[in-house]
Design a protein around this ligand. Structure first.
Ligand code: ADP
Ligand code: ADP
Ligand code: MG
Length: 454
C-alpha cells in the first residue's frame, strides 16, 4: 500500500479523497492555492503545500508545482479527483516519470478516451453502438452541412476535446448550422484548447444513462450498474440517481456488457465511466468515456455499498477485483442533488459570500459531501458546486421523500443556491413518475440566450 497520498484537487472531492485515505490509514498531503488558505481540504490533510496564486491556471493546473509538492513531502501516489488534471495525460505521464503512482488509468487510456472522435473510432471497432456522425473531424461549414444532410437534422456540433458540457451546439436546420459552426469551433478552442469539432445526430429527448466501471491490473473489468443523469442544465448534470427507472434487468445486462467492452477497448484500468444516451425506443448509444472518478459516484456507492475511492486506491496499489456486479448485494435507490452557489431565479448567477450559518442535513438515509463549514468565505475563483446532497432508501419514492426533508434542513445562509430548484423538482409529478429526459429542466428554467458566462 502507499506510504503517503497527495491529493491534487480542492473542494468537496479533495475532502472526499482525504477521508478515504484516513480510513485506510494512509497519510495525506493537500495542495492549495493562496485563495484556498482557509479551505477544509487543507485543514483535514496531514500536511499541506501551497502551490501558487488563487487562479487555477497558476496553481491547481501547474503540473510541476504538484510534482514538486509530492517530492518535497515524500508522497508516493497522487489522486487527481475530477476536473483539473484528472484527464490530463501529460500529468499522468509526468507522475510515472517521477516514480509517483497516478491513481487513475494510463496516459495512453486517457488519450484514447479523452478525444471523442478517437474514442468513437475505437468503439466502432469494439462493436459498441454509436450515434451516426461524421467519420472524423469536420473542418468547414460546407462539410458539416453535407454530413448533416446525410444523417438528418437536428444535429449536434460537438468538440472532440469537450467536457463539462462545453463546445456543444444543437442545430435544427442548415441556417442554424451555418450560424453555430464557427461559434462552436471558437468555444472549443477556448474551452478545450483544441478546435476540432464533429457533427453527430441529435437524439430527441434522450435519457443520459452511464455505467460505472472498475478494472484492475490483472485483466478483470467489471461494471457496477448504471446511474441516470438526465436532469441537466446546459448539458451539465444537476440530479443523478441509481438505479434508473428506464432500465429493465435485461437492458441493464446488455448495456453493462457494452460498457465493459468499451472499457476494454481502451485498456481501461482503475475507475471510469462509460456514458450512453438512451432514445425513446430504448436503443442505447455510446457518447463518451470519462477516465476519472465522477462527481456523481456517491449514488453508486450508496446502492452497492462499495467505497469507490478506496477501490481506486486499492486497484492502483495492485489489488485485484474479486467480485462482480452480480455478487454485490445491491439494494435500494439513491439520489444526488448538486447544490451550486448560483441563483436559479437570476439566470444562475454565481452567489459567493461568507457562510454565517451552516447546517448540513443528516439523519437516516442522508449523506452530504461538502467542503463547507460555518464561517467559510467562498472564494470567487472556483466551480460553483458547494455540496452534493445524497439520499437513499429502500425505494425511489423513499429516497425522494428523504431528499425533500433533507433539502428543507439545508441552511447555507446567506448564499443563494440551487436548493429551491431541487425542492421544486422533488415535488414534480413527472420527476416522481420517472418521466425525465435531458431537456426536462426546461419546464422550470426558460431557455436562455447562449451568453457565455465564462
Ligand atoms: P461528471 O460527469 O463527473 O459530472 P462533469 O462533466 O460535470 O463531470 O465535470 C466534472 C468537473 O470537471 C466539473 O467541475 C467540470 O466543470 C469539470 N470539467 C470536466 N471536463 C472539463 C473540461 N474539458 N474543461 C473544463 N472543465 C471540465
Ligand atoms: P461532455 O464531455 O461535455 O460531458 P457529452 O458527449 O458527454 O459531453 O454530452 C453531454 C450531454 O449532451 C449529454 O448528457 C446529453 O444531454 C447531450 N448530448 C450529447 N450528445 C448528444 C446527442 N447526440 N444527442 C442529444 N443529446 C446529446
Ligand atoms: Mg459527458
Amino acid at each position: 500500500m502507499f506510504k503517503k497520498i497527495l491529493v491534487a484537487n480542492r473542494g468537496e472531492i479533495a475532502v472526499r479523497v482525504i477521508r478515504a485515505c484516513k480510513e485506510l490509514g494512509i497519510p495525506t498531503v493537500a495542495v492549495y492555492s493562496e485563495g484556498d488558505a482557509e479551505s477544509l481540504h487543507k485543514k483535514l490533510a496531514d500536511e499541506s503545500v501551497c502551490i501558487g496564486p488563487a487562479q487555477s491556471a497558476k496553481s491547481y493546473l501547474v503540473i510541476d508545482n504538484i510534482i514538486n509538492a509530492a517530492q518535497q513531502t515524500g508522497a508516493d501516489a497522487i489522486h487527481p479527483g475530477y476536473g483539473y488534471l484528472s484527464e490530463n495525460s501529460e500529468f499522468a505521464r509526468t507522475c510515472e516519470q517521477n516514480d509517483l503512482v497516478f491513481i487513475g488509468p494510463s496516459a495512453q487510456t486517457i488519450d484514447d478516451s479523452g478525444d471523442k472522435i478517437n474514442a468513437k473510432r475505437l468503439m466502432r471497432a469494439a462493436g459498441v453502438p454509436l450515434i451516426p456522425s461524421s467519420e472524423g473531424g469536420v473542418n468547414t461549414v460546407e462539410d458539416a452541412i453535407s454530413v448533416a444532410c446525410e444523417i438528418g437534422f437536428p444535429v449536434m456540433i460537438k468538440a472532440s476535446g469537450g467536457g463539462g458540457g462545453r463546445g456543444i451546439r444543437i442545430c435544427e436546420d442548415e441556417a442554424s448550422l451555418r450560424e453555430e459552426f464557427p461559434v462552436a469551433r471558437s468555444e472549443a478552442r477556448i474551452a478545450c484548447g483544441n478546435d476540432e469539432v464533429f457533427v453527430e445526430k441529435c437524439i430527441v429527448k434522450p435519457r443520459h444513462i452511464e455505467f460505472q466501471i472498475l478494472a484492475d491490473q490483472h485483466g478483470n473489468t467489471i461494471h457496477l450498474g448504471e446511474r441516470e443523469c438526465s436532469v441537466q442544465r446546459r448539458f451539465q448534470k444537476l440530479i443523478e440517481e441509481a438505479p434508473s427507472t428506464a432500465l429493465t434487468p435485461q437492458l441493464r445486462t446488455e448495456m453493462g456488457r457494452a460498457a465493459v467492452a468499451a472499457a476494454e477497448a481502451v485498456n481501461y484500468c482503475n475507475a471510469g465511466t462509460v456514458e450512453f444516451l438512451l432514445d425513446q425506443d430504448k436503443n442505447f448509444y455510446f457518447i463518451e468515456i470519462n477516465s476519472r472518478i465522477q462527481v456523481e459516484h456517491p449514488v453508486t456507492e450508496m446502492v452497492t455499498g462499495l467505497d469507490l475511492i478506496k477501490e481506486q486506491i486499492r486497484i492502483a496499489a495492485g489489488g485485484a477485483l474479486d467480485y462482480t456486479y452480480e455478487d454485490l448485494p445491491t439494494r435500494g435507490w439513491a439520489i444526488e442533488c448538486r447544490i451550486n452557489a448560483e441563483n436559479p431565479d437570476f439566470n444562475f448567477m454565481p452567489s459567493p459570500g461568507t457562510l454565517t450559518t451552516f447546517h448540513a442535513p443528516s439523519g437516516f438515509g442522508v449523506r452530504m459531501d461538502t467542503h463547507l463549514y460555518q464561517g467559510y468565505a467562498l472564494p470567487i475563483y472556483y466551480d460553483s458546486m458547494i455540496a452534493k446532497l445524497i439520499t437513499f432508501g429502500p425505494t425511489r419514492e423513499a429516497a425522494i421523500q428523504t431528499m425533500r426533508r433533507a433539502l428543507d434542513e439545508l441552511d447555507v445562509s446567506p448564499l443563494k443556491t440551487t436548493k429551491s430548484l431541487h425542492r421544486e423538482i422533488m415535488d414534480d409529478d413527472e420527476f416522481i413518475r420517472g418521466k425525465i429526459h435531458t431537456g426536462y429542466i426546461l419546464k422550470f428554467v426558460p431557455e436562455e440566450e447562449d451568453d457565455d458566462e465564462d
